[in-house]
Design a protein around this ligand. Structure first.
Ligand SMILES: [Zn+2]
Length: 258
């Protein structure tokens, strides 16, 4: 158990009270929730995979189409990190809250499937997922397991079991639109919720960053757990500028066990 200041501890109590009172709580998570699991924040400058390899060009749909080897070469270390990663205390806290009926939906900007690994079920993946791959020729969709391992270990490009076409990870690349169904579900969840929790997102990537606005404009409470400021801190009921893996388990513990 980590030690927190008296003020933080009091705010954890208030946040837990908001969660207990909420009829529809929705959580939005970003890269910050997966950094304690060893997955770098791809978008932070200087540290992430995006910035290291001129991602705007490499992680794009056009690169995938014109030079898939280049794309997969860029993608391999990332896939390797994600493949080995395990959910941390923050993922687990959110899964427990959902299981106890305290969270109705979880919207994530992450592609690492760690919420699923932790046991969350109502997950809306705004930037796609690494759990599945789809054939670029015949659109057959397959589970990643069984394809990613040989790729990560031997660099063997994943190919469709039906037509041998190249399989593309079901993640949203630059130049691709957000999945419509996910976007629709996320908007609906945000408009209907009475409590919004932002965890591990600096709210910098549009349009997802605008989702909490839709919630608070309709009167929802807002809790932010992120170690850097966001544009919505001024509108939040509580802001925890701390590590999500420290704060979320505390909030879950006090929500579920008083
Ligand atoms: Zn195919």
């Amino acid at each position: 158990m980590i030690s927190v200041s008296g003020q933080t501890s009091a705010n954890v109590d208030y946040a837990a009270e908001l969660l207990r009172k909420a009829k529809r709580a929705v959580v939005l998570t970003g890269a910050g929730i997966s950094t304690p699991s060893g997955i770098p924040d791809f978008r932070s400058e200087g540290t992430g995979l995006w910035s290291r390899d001129e991602p705007l060009e490499v992680a794009s749909l056009s690169t995938f189409r014109t030079a898939p080897e280049k794309f997969f070469q860029w993608f391999r270390p990332l896939a390797s990190q994600i493949f080995d990663a395990q959910p941390n205390a923050a993922h687990i806290a959110l899964a427990e809250l959902e299981k106890a009926g305290r969270i109705q939906a979880l919207i994530t900007q992450n592609i690492d499937a760690l919420h699923h690994k932790a046991g969350s079920r109502q997950v809306i993946e705004m930037h796609g997922t690494l759990r599945t791959l789809s054939c670029t020729q015949c659109f057959q969709q397959v589970e990643s397991h069984g394809y990613l391992k040989p790729f990560v270990e031997h660099g063997q490009l994943p190919r469709c079991p039906r037509c041998n076409g190249l399989l593309k990870p079901d993640v949203i690349l630059f130049g691709e639109q957000l999945p419509q169904q996910a976007w629709y579900e996320a908007q609906r969840a945000c408009r209907q919720c009475d409590l919004m929790i932002v965890a591990g997102s600096s709210l910098e990537v549009l349009p997802v960053a605008g989702l909490p606005m839709q919630a608070i404009d309709r009167g929802a409470h807002l809790i932010i757990v992120n170690n850097t400021p966001t544009y919505l801190n001024v509108r939040a009921d509580f802001v925890f500028m701390d590590d999500v893996a420290d704060i979320l388990p505390l909030i879950a513990e006090r929500t579920l066990h008083g």
